[in-house]
Ligand binder design. Structure first.
Ligand code: PEP
Ligand code: MG
Length: 874
């Protein structure tokens, strides 16, 4: 018979798939001798069976659970239904990958009208017993039965008012007894049933609720966003209670072994004395910093520190711990690898290498490539920040800078982002229901909650700027306003958040690019030592080129020259060229463009110096440079002093039904070779000048787009070479140069062996190659691809992540064919896919030379390339 329940001493950390993350780690901690309250884990398989079994818990599972309760009873010398010294449990969900949106904890399960007396007697503390019972009724009702919490909170507030006290702790045992009766009444009103008195029944209901929470809409949204498989299921952890609310030598808290925002090697966390877990998270009482524990209970603090270090060494990673102190005795309730910002991830990884705990390779695998984005994005302009009024301060929960209009509801955030606004989500505190708004917002601000509140934890995970617990502000979600002492910020007003300092500003602040130094540099140097795949950038102006080099680009893989043509000072001459009636007129116009192009290339060479720059000759169809609005056509005719109807005729002539498959790329040069001749001459002139001025050596790389046939390439190449040779002769100079082609038409990929005989390099234009392999128009596919993803026809958008099966097959095959006829063929990719980590892993295995992507993705691509190499060697 299959086993669906494991005592903590039966599992280990490698059993995550079966026991969930929490269960596996509870088992591991138990087995290495830490003080973990005993309990058992019901497996993810049991959860899957629950769904197969029409959401029923089988009799055999109930029997198995009962056996494990007996184990706990004999181990702990307490009995589950005892009216003398009752065994109580906490019940928690525990998915394989920790997930917000899943069921919260239920504490004190097993209490009923009789055992509460037993608890009072055994602890000699009636107040504590009834406080535990009222908490249990409230949590059970809220979490397992979905009775709104507010009903219970209102009763609690009412009794505090009646008794004229402020704190829950000031209520007496008698008050709490009254409250228990009121809570039970609410339960009956809402469910039509008495509050269950049988502990086994309570437990089965709670376990069912955990299983059901796996399929609640919030959990489903979260899984979809994070690509987590629905079939994993969740485990349930049932653990003997220890009490943090047993008086002033008891308490509970959460702490990280290092700072999860910065990575600093220092305990970081918070705790509350005389409290149970939910008090810390709920923000009802403000927790104290873990530092304070050192003063209150120095021995417990030292022990906790020692355990945190032991667990770090054991897991070889920063840990996120939950603990309870019961009458001075420390218990561990959870450990897991702590979620952290990217900054912290890098600092921790570098420190762990320096501490000898992990290798550089392991450190590299620890940082998610896409998360580097967090570090690459701008910070506030300090000067402007000084002059912007401060609205309030809160906790610096997740670093970064964000400006945007404030909205108070997740749905409004989603709508505002759809209409192109930058927005900040403002809430009293966030809950898993806010997840979509949190994803879309630039930043998150909450008035309540600490560094471990939902907002703080989730925002850090997302790498999103967040200020939490800004108690100086009042957030009215119904009126949709933020109030400070003397200001009111309405929905739609702009504020700025500095997640690194916790300061909230009124109005917008300019952002600046970050500097990448310190551990980031060390880490990225390791990345470079390990990776084999080259990383270049797509850039067509000196500013982007400079950014790319700062981010570690080894060259430019794609300099699109058409962007230079669109410049407003140039477009008149470009149009003159297009409207030319014969070659002479065209050459005349092109001669005016040439000096400008020379300057463009010279400026880029000045930034890149001796690094490679692949310059692609003109690619788009010519009509893209002409106006199409009536008014603009009239104005242009006037400006150019030409007949308006002639202009209209030209525009009509150039119009295309399917421009992406029309007169573009090298087809332009077949018709008008003088265009590419001009560009080739400009490149050579610029390179020769830059070589001299800067005393460097440059090998220009000239790339011909949209080739599909060898003879086509030969023709265009002949024209270019002729022009270059003439230019060099005129100048009496010599320079080495390379001519290559893009592979972006399936036919070119199929005939790559032929094409490679005339090309010194290939660069895969996977944007066009994807378009033409699928037969999806790049410009139109956006309209329907979503539906493909929703209907699970595609797992991803093939314009963002390479379709390895189809387009990838062409890449692999053509790479092999090309190298067969030209063993020196240099090969890269410059489509959007060049910055996608999964695509990079694939291309690394194919063996191409480099990827090229937008400057901001260069560090991501470098890291992905190093990870690909490490995984391949493994
Ligand atoms: C491509 O097609 O992948 C490419 C890089 O060229 P463009 O996007 O300019 O067509
Ligand atoms: Mg292309």
């Amino acid at each position: 018979m299959s086993k669906f329940v494991y005592n903590f001493d039966e599992g280990n950390k490698d059993m995550r798939a079966l026991l969930g993350g929490k269960g596996a780690n509870l088992a591991e901690m138990t087995n290495i001798g830490l003080n973990v309250p005993f309990g058992f884990t019901i497996t993810t398989e049991a959860c899957n069976n629950f769904y197969k079994n029409d959401e029923k818990i089988s009799e055999s599972l109930i029997e198995e659970i009962k056996t494990h309760i007996k184990d706990c009873e004999s181990k702990l010398q307490k009995s589950f239904s005892s009216t003398e010294n009752p065994l109580l449990f906490s019940v928690r969900s525990g998915a394989v990958i920790s997930m917000p949106g899943m069921m919260d904890t239920i504490l004190n399960l097993g209490l009923n009208d009789k055992s509460v007396i037993g608890l009072a007697n055994s602890t000699n503390n009636e107040r504590f017993a009834f406080d535990s019972y009222r908490r249990f009724i409230q949590m059970f009702s809220d979490v397992a039965m979905e009775i709104p919490k507010i009903y219970f909170e209102n009763e609690l507030d009412r009794i505090k008012e009646e008794k004229n006290v402020k704190m829950d702790t000031e209520l007496t045992a008698e008050d709490l007894k009254i409250l228990v009766e009121k809570f039970k009444k609410i339960f009956k009103q809402e469910t039509g049933k008495e509050f269950p008195q049988d502990p086994i029944e309570q437990l089965i209901i709670a376990i069912k609720a955990v299983f059901k929470s796996w399929m609640n809409p919030r959990a489903i949204v979260y899984r979809k966003l994070n690509g987590i498989d629905d079939s994993l299921g969740t485990a349930v952890n049932v653990q003997a209670m220890v009490f943090g609310n047993m008086g002033n030598t008891s308490g509970t808290g959460v702490a990280f072994s290092r700072n999860p925002s910065t990575g600093e090697n220092k305990l970081f966390g918070e705790f509350l004395m005389n409290a149970q877990g939910e008090d810390v998270v709920a923000g009802i009482r403000t927790p104290e910093s873990i530092e304070k524990l050192k003063e209150i209970m120095p021995e417990v603090y030292d022990e906790f520190l020692r355990i945190a270090k032991t667990l770090e060494k054991h897991y070889k990673d920063m840990q996120d711990l939950e603990f309870t102190i019961e009458k001075g005795k420390l218990y561990l309730l959870q450990t897991r690898n702590g979620k952290r910002t990217t900054d912290a991830a890098i600092n921790v990884a570098v420190d762990l290498v320096n501490e000898g705990l992990i290798s550089k390779e392991e450190a590299i695998l620890r940082v998610e490539p896409k998360s580097l984005d967090q570090l690459l994005h701008p910070i506030f302009n300090a000067e402007m920040m000084k002059n912007t009024p401060i609205l309030a301060r809160g906790l610096a929960a997740s670093p970064g800078a964000a400006s945007g209009k404030v909205y108070f509801h997740s749905k409004d955030i989603v709508d505002a982002v759809k209409s192109g606004e930058k927005v900040i989500l403002v809430r009293q505190e966030t809950s898993p229901e806010d997840i979509e708004g949190m994803v879309e917002a630039e930043g998150i601000l909450t008035a309540r909650g600490g560094m471990t509140s939902h907002a703080a934890v989730v925002a850090r995970g997302m790498g999103k700027c967040c200020i939490a617990g800004a108690s100086e502000i009042k957030v009215d979600e119904i009126e949709r306003v933020i109030k400070t002492q003397n200001e009111v910020i309405k929905e739609g007003d702009v504020i700025s958040l500095d997640g690194t300092t916790g300061i909230i500003y009124k109005g917008e602040i300019e952002k600046l690019n970050p500097k990448l130094t310190g551990n980031f540099k060390i880490f990225m140097d390791w990345v470079n030592e390990i990776k084999i795949l080259g990383v270049r950038a797509n850039a067509d102006n000196p500013r982007d080129a400079k950014q790319a080099v700062e981010f570690g680009a080894e060259g430019i893989g794609l300099c699109r020259t058409e962007h230079m043509f669109f410049d407003k000072d140039r477009i008149p001459v470009v149009r003159q060229m297009i409207l030319s009636e014969n070659t002479e007129q065209r050459v005349e116009a092109l001669e005016k463009i040439r000096p400008m192009q020379e300057k463009d290339f010279y400026d880029i060479y000045s930034v890149l110096k001796e690094k490679s720059v692949t310059i692609r000759l003109l690619d788009p169809p010519l009509h893209e440079f002409l106006p199409y609005e009536d008014e603009d056509i009239k104005n242009l005719a006037k400006e150019m002093n030409i007949d308006e109807s002639h202009l209209r005729d030209v525009i009509t002539d150039l119009e295309e039904v399917n421009p992406m498959l029309g007169h573009r790329g090298c087809r332009l040069a077949v018709t008008y070779p003088e265009i590419y001749r001009m560009q080739a001459k400009a490149i050579i002139n610029a390179a020769i000048k830059a070589q001299k001025d800067l005393n460097i050596s440059i090998t220009p790389e000239i790339m011909i787009p949209l080739v599909g046939e060898l003879e086509e390439l030969k023709y265009v190449k002949r024209e270019i070479v002729e022009e270059i040779e003439m230019t060099l002769k005129e100048l009496n100079e010599n320079i080495k140069y390379k001519i290559g082609t893009m592979i972006e038409i399936p036919r070119a990929a199929l005939l790559a062996d032929e094409i490679a005989t005339e090309a010194e390099f290939f660069s895969y234009g996977t944007n066009d190659l994807t378009q033409m392999t699928f037969g999806f128009s790049r410009d139109d596919a956006g309209k329907f691809l979503n539906e493909y993803e929703n209907k699970k026809i595609f797992d991803f958008n093939p314009f963002a992540k390479l379709d390895q099966k189809g387009v990838g097959k062409l890449v692999k095959m053509s790479f092999k064919l090309g190298r067969e006829t030209n063993p020196h063929l240099h090969v890269g990719i410059c489509g959007e896919h060049g910055g996608d980590p999964d695509t990079i892993e694939f291309l690394n295995s194919v063996g191409i030379d480099y990827v090229s992507c937008s400057p901001f993705r260069v560090p991501i691509a470098r890291l992905a390339a190093a990870q690909a190499k490490i995984k391949q060697s493994k």
